[in-house]
Design a protein around this ligand. Sequence first.
Ligand SMILES: [Fe+2]
Length: 162
Amino acid sequence: MSTEVRVKHTTPAVMASLDQHIASASVLSLKYKKFHWYVSGPFFKPLHDLFDEHYEQLEEIIDDLAERSRAIGGYPVGTMREFLELSLVTDAEGTMFSPLEMVEMLHADTDKIIDALHEHIELAAKEHDHGTADILTSIVQIYQKQAWFLAETKARKALGEF
Ligand SMILES: [Fe+2]
């Protein structure tokens, strides 16, 4: 009996959604790391730590998505060129970002990914790929928690703390 994993219970569109989220999380993770390095000011330590925590969560998300793709017979994207081509978010060029700009950019990116995940959860369920729908549903909750942390961090603006 062959032990080869075959593509089944999924469709090319669902596979493509996994690639898009691997790419998006990869680009966003690098943006988090860059901001982890670049942040400065009175909130250096909490932001430096928050950005690294989210970076680490994204590394797990990327691995879970790529391994899901392999488990259902796919070959997930794994090059920088593909990440940049497929990502829903862009990387952060330049050096002059205020802490608030960093948080706002990360929040907007996270919201965009959450919206796409909701569409892709529905797509996977419609295509009877319930395992992928379940993984994407777990992942959207991680992003939503990150969005909450970023939104609360942004709320400091109202206090004039940035
Ligand atoms: Fe570090």
